[in-house]
Structure formats: structure tokens, C-alpha cells
Design a binder for this molecule. Structure first.
Ligand code: EPU
Length: 433
């Protein structure tokens, strides 16, 4: 297997994988917490380095489990990754190995992003097809349709997607039927070095996607319109290695803000971009939080008890689906009934049953979550079935009577660096077992 030296260095990003996080409720959180770069940007930037040989530097990269897995993906393709504090030094070879195997893709869906990058760089790519997960089937049809329009052909053999671009990739007009983050990014990576101009209409506008375009432009790409619904990519012959600081993680910031809010405390989140959480902060304010912001900080002061608020998840700049479980945990103790509508995923409701085990009164009706606020949650053992569900259950534990044990809490390590330590520094009664 290529890139064995890279595989060795992966170990330093691995968290010990605790199965349980235990929270003792009742203490309002107070203090300041800093966030690092966004998981959902860093992972894509790591893939983007595959487009140019040489030494890249990504700064502000959190030491989370998903980054460790992406390091394995890059190592398999022949790149080496070395961590230096919060920077990743990535050395990409002249001839990458165009493959991502099942054992890595299965661990993390974002590995599918190597498809566009390796097709562009090597003219071929073999990537195991990711399965479904707790949010529903999560197909990649839009990724493939766009790449086909650019000249790629695919065959599915024994669970492995084999892509080739026999005549190279060429620019074309692509209209996405939904502003998929992953599809937009895969197409951006493929189009950066395609012949001619690619236009992606109904593109994702997420800040992490715009940050990817920003990084690619530093590498020499010619991308216009990132952050709007129409992106134009003028293909260039080759790209160069570059240095880039990853955009702050708005989901990490929002989760700590809500941790302060649910505990009726006051938490200041620093090193973030308040503008990237406009809708979420608006809803927190509507629920009775006092929200103040500066250039790179947010301070949220929680009410004694939240007011009910309705919200609906939507692609950016709408309310982020990855803040949905945490917001419902907050509203579960509101003084009235709130309705949350999930518009991004078909099935993101497994956490609901777990909150109900803690005494919440929530039921789902199609894509709607009806949250009847209760004035008391009580701690028990709950299953943190994905990153955001596990975070939401910890938040609920902050206000529950007694002790809440979140099992499968290692999901949190996939997306939050130093979560337990940061929460403890804010005053939470929290430990890992
Ligand atoms: N979809 C399709 N076909 C496609 C692509 C997407 O039907 O070809 C559907 C999906 O099934 C889903 C919706 O479109 O229902 C949105 O999917 P999208 O492609 O936008 O999401 P993603 O790229 O797979 C990223 C984040 C998710 C985040 C979503 C939405 C990464 C690694 N993942 O996923 O983050 O929820 O965008 O913003 O960037 C998380 O961090 O916890 C997480 C799940």
C-alpha cells in the first residue's frame, strides 16, 4: 500500500475512544471557549491538496477522529500528513494512487470527495461506494450525474465505483436539483483542472464550501461566484501547493452557545464568525437568549426557561441541519410547544427517542418534530447515535436531574476537538469513562 509513512503519523490524531460521557446536571455554564477550524471544511481541503504535488499547509485543523480518517485516505493515495500543533503539513506525490478503499469510506462518507479530485488529477478513480446511515439513504446521484456531464464514465464492480475520464474532464453547465454540499464540492474539485468552463447552478452556498473555493483559488484555480447559487470554474492546466487557514467551525461555536443557553449560563465563544450562524442566533434570541456578537465572538446568555420557537432546517443561509438536535434539546425545556421541520435529511430523528427517555415530550410527524416543553428532564443512559445527536444529549444532560450517561459518545470525537475538556472549563460536571 502506498504512503505507509503517512499511515504511521495518523495515530497522533486518534483520540482514545471513550464509549461513555457522563454529565451531572444543574450547573449553569460560564466563561469563554475558543473554536478551531470547521470539520466540514478541513476534510475537503485535505482532499483538495491531492490536486497539486508538493507541500501544502493547512492551519487551524482540529484534531478530531474524522481528520485522522481522512489522513488515512490521503496516505492510501500516497500522500504524507504530519501534524504540527493545529497545522497539517501534507506532501502530495507526483503520481497519486487513485483509490479509496471500503474500510476508509465506510468510516467516513466524506471520503467520496476523492472521486472528483482523483478523476481530475489521475484521469481515473476507484472509490468504494458509501452506504446509508442514520439520516436515511444519502445517495450520491448528483455527484455522479455532474461528473458524467463532464466526461467521466462509471462502472460499479463489487461495491467499488470505478471512474474514468477517457478523454479528460471538460467544462459544462450543471444544474443541481438540490444545493448539495458534497456534490458542489466534488464538482468544484473536478472542474478546477477540466478543459474549459464549468457552471454549477443551484450550488451550495455553505461557508465551508466557499472556503474550499478560496483554498483552490490560492492553489491557482479560477473559481468565481462561490457563496452564491451560481459558481463558474474556469479550468486551468495545473495547480500548485498552497497554505490556507481553515474557516472556523460554526457548528462547534453554535453547540457551545446552546450549551450556555440551555444551562441558563453565559458563554462567550471566540475565534468564530458570527455571521455564519445568523439564523441559529436569531432563533436563540427568539427563544429568550440574550445574544451579543463582535467581529469574531458570540456571547449567549440563557433565559431561566426558553420560550417556544419554530424553526426549519434549510441549506445555508437557513437553519443548519447539524444544529437541529441541539436546538431541539434546548427547546425540550421551553415553556410551550415548538415545531422543528427537517428539510435536509429524510430521517434525522433517532435522538428524539433518547431525549424522551430523559423525560422530554417530543414526537415526530413526517418531517416535523413537535416539541412540548417540559420543566424537568431526568438523567439516564442514552445513545449518542451520531455526532450532533450525542452533542444534543450532553446538552440535555446539563439541565437534567442527576446523571446522564451518553453511550457511543465517541461520535463526539468525530467532530469536536477537546469537547469534554472545553465543557469542563466552562463549569460543566462532565467526565469520560
Ligand atoms: N443528496 C442526494 N443526492 C446527492 C447528494 C445529496 O439526494 O447526490 C441529498 C442527501 O441525501 C441529503 C441532502 O441531499 O438529504 C443534503 O446532502 P448534502 O450533499 O448537502 O450533504 P453532505 O455533503 O453529504 C455535508 C456535511 C454534513 C451536513 C450536510 C448538510 C460533510 C462531511 N458533511 O454532508 O455534516 O449535514 O453537508 O449541510 O461536509 C455533520 O457534520 O455532522 C454532518 C453530517
Amino acid at each position: 500500500m502506498p504512503g505507509c509513512s503517512g499511515v504511521r503519523s495518523v495515530q497522533s490524531d486518534r483520540m482514545s475512544a471513550p464509549e461513555v460521557i457522563r454529565v451531572t446536571g444543574g450547573t449553569p455554564l460560564h466563561g469563554q471557549v475558543a473554536v478551531l477550524g470547521a470539520k466540514n471544511a478541513a476534510l475537503k481541503h485535505m482532499v483538495a491538496t491531492m490536486l497539486a504535488p508538493g507541500n501544502h499547509v493547512l492551519e487551524n485543523v482540529p484534531a478530531i477522529a474524522d481528520v485522522a480518517i481522512m489522513r488515512e485516505v490521503l496516505a492510501y493515495a500516497g500522500a504524507t500528513c504530519i501534524r504540527d500543533g493545529t497545522s497539517l503539513l501534507i506532501t502530495v506525490p507526483e503520481e497519486p494512487h487513485p483509490e479509496a478503499p471500503l474500510e476508509l469510506v465506510r468510516k467516513m462518507r466524506a471520503s467520496i470527495l476523492v472521486l472528483g479530485a482523483l478523476l481530475a488529477r489521475c484521469g481515473e478513480a476507484r472509490v468504494a461506494l458509501p452506504g446509508g446511515d442514520d439520516f436515511g439513504s444519502r445517495p450520491i446521484d448528483m455527484h455522479l450525474e455532474g461528473l458524467r456531464d463532464m466526461g467521466a464514465v462509471f462502472e460499479l464492480n463489487h461495491g467499488v465505483l470505478e471512474g474514468r475520464a477517457p478523454d479528460g474532464l471538460h467544462g459544462t453547465d450543471i444544474y443541481l436539483e438540490f444545493p448539495s454540499v458534497g456534490a458542489t464540492e466534488n464538482l468544484l474539485l473536478a472542474a478546477a483542472m477540466a478543459t474549459g468552463t464549468t457552471t454549477i447552478s443551484n450550488a451550495a452556498r455553505e461557508p465551508e464550501m466557499s472556503d474550499l473555493a478560496h483554498f483552490l483559488n490560492k492553489m491557482g484555480a479560477k473559481i468565481e461566484g462561490a457563496g452564491t447559487s451560481t459558481i463558474s470554474v474556469h479550468g486551468v492546466g495545473s495547480l500548485d501547493a498552497a497554505t490556507h487557514r481553515v474557516v472556523p467551525d460554526r457548528l462547534e461555536a453554535g453547540t457551545y452557545a446552546l450549551a450556555g443557553a440551555i444551562s441558563s449560563g453565559v458563554v462567550r465563544v471566540v475565534d468564530c464568525v458570527p455571521d455564519h450562524l445568523r439564523m441559529e442566533l436569531r432563533k436563540m434570541a427568539a427563544a429568550g437568549c440574550e445574544v451579543t456578537t463582535g467581529e469574531d465572538w458570540i456571547e449567549v446568555s440563557g433565559p431561566d426557561r426558553p420560550q417556544p420557537v419554530d424553526f426549519a432546517t434549510l441549506p445555508y443561509p437557513g437553519f443548519h441541519t447539524d444544529m437541529h438536535p441541539q436546538m431541539v434539546a434546548f427547546l425540550s425545556i421551553a415553556d410551550g410547544t415548538s415545531i422543528a421541520t427537517e428539510n435536509v435529511y429524510a430521517a434525522r430523528f433517532r435522538y428524539v427517542g433518547e431525549l424522551n427517555r430523559m423525560g422530554a415530550n417530543i414526537h415526530t410527524d413526517g418531517q416535523h418534530v413537535v416539541v412540548r416543553g417540559t420543566n424537568r428532564l431526568s438523567g439516564c443512559e442514552v445513545d449518542g447515535c451520531d455526532i450532533r445527536a450525542a452533542a444534543a444529549l450532553v446538552l440535555a444532560g446539563l439541565v437534567a436531574d442527576g446523571t446522564t450517561s451518553v453511550v457511543h459518545a465517541d461520535h463526539i470525537d468525530r467532530g469536536y476537538a477537546g469537547f469534554v475538556e472545553k465543557m469542563r472549563a466552562l463549569g460543566a460536571g462532565i467526565t469520560r469513562l
